[in-house]
Design a protein around this ligand. Structure first.
Ligand code: KIV
Length: 300
């Protein structure tokens, strides 16, 4: 009997549907570069989102609005080099799909052709149906994103829970159904009351991926830096920190500083040796010149 596990299969839109049908939760995590993608690959999660949240957690902006298509392509490429089996979803940044449908299709295409993604994600409900359908018609899988849509932070008046009122919840359901109709292969539900998210998940044929949507969604996504305790500007209520990397990194950097300043680092095991006879030959070569204050012809 072979002891080798079979190589993991690539996750596709069909595997996601199958998981939903079988009631198996879908796991998704953001990643923004080669090492984070490698970690998500090694942990065998189903999907990676190269989120425009990179504007906040990697580039230090206050929101996601300044992220450009070139930023996204750059980070998508790095992630694709680090992860082969998860389904890779590239976020369409602010103003890359809102102005013109042709431009939206072209930009979605860039995330696949240049960024090596498998699918794209865009924010919005009914108002984005034509755009989503055009991208799907171009052969590009689209993940929808409704509820708290961070690119509309100024219109929403902040990063706030959506769909708490009956009419707002009904509008979310309409948005979800419209995006499913447009051909979306999955829908992210962000910051939505758990019973509303569960109702939408049970109504849709395509999987829902919750972030602050409770555990009735078909899958979950969180931001890499949030779960690792690697981003401390603010922590939304829906985040669970599984580690405190900021503390681990801070301790490591302080220890390095202390050891360099006390000459404890580098120790012998971090240094390279030279044979005695080469050292003696070296001294014979250079010392007459040093002593004559004539360093290879350069007089001091
Ligand atoms: O950009 C992002 O990380 C996202 C998730 C919060 C869903 O859109």
């Amino acid at each position: 009997m072979s002891t080798h596990a079979a190589p993991r299969k690539k996750v596709t839109v069909l595997s996601l549907r199958k998981k939903k049908r079988n009631g198996v939760p879908i796991t998704m995590m953001t990643a923004y570069d080669y090492p984070s993608a490698r970690s998500v690959e090694d942990a065998q999660l189903d999907m990676i989102l190269v989120g425009d949240s990179l504007g906040m957690v990697v580039l230090g902006y206050d929101n996601t609005l300044s992220v450009t298509m070139d930023d996204m392509v750059h980070h998508c490429k790095a992630v694709a080099r680090g992860a082969q089996t998860p389904m890779l979803v590239g976020d369409m940044p602010f103003m890359s799909y809102q102005v013109d449908i042709k431009e939206a299709v072209r930009n979605a295409g860039r995330l696949l052709a240049e960024g090596n993604m498998d699918a794209v994600k865009l924010e919005g409900g009914i108002e984005m149906v034509d755009t989503a359908r055009a991208i799907v018609n171009a052969g590009i899988p689209v993940v929808g994103h409704i509820g708290l849509t961070p690119q509309s932070v100024n219109q929403l008046g902040g990063f706030k829970v959506q769909g708490r009122k009956a009419t707002a919840a009904a509008k979310l359901l309409e948005d979800a159904l419209a995006m499913q109709d447009a051909g979306c292969c999955a829908i992210v539900l962000e910051a939505v009351p758990d019973r509303v998210a569960k109702y939408i998940s049970e109504t849709l044929q395509v999987p829902t991926i919750g972030i602050g949507g409770g555990n009735g969604c078909d899958g979950q996504v969180l931001v890499y830096h949030d779960i690792l305790g690697f981003f401390d500007k603010f922590t939304p209520r829906f985040v669970k920190q599984y580690s405190q990397l900021n503390t681990v990194i801070g301790d490591a950097l302080t220890a390095y500083k202390t050891e360099v300043e006390s000459r404890t680092f580098p120790a012998a095991e971090h240094s390279f040796t030279m044979k005695d006879e080469e050292w003696t030959a070296f001294l014979e070569l250079v010392e007459p010149k040093v002593n004559a204050n004539d360093w290879f012809g350069i007089a001091s």
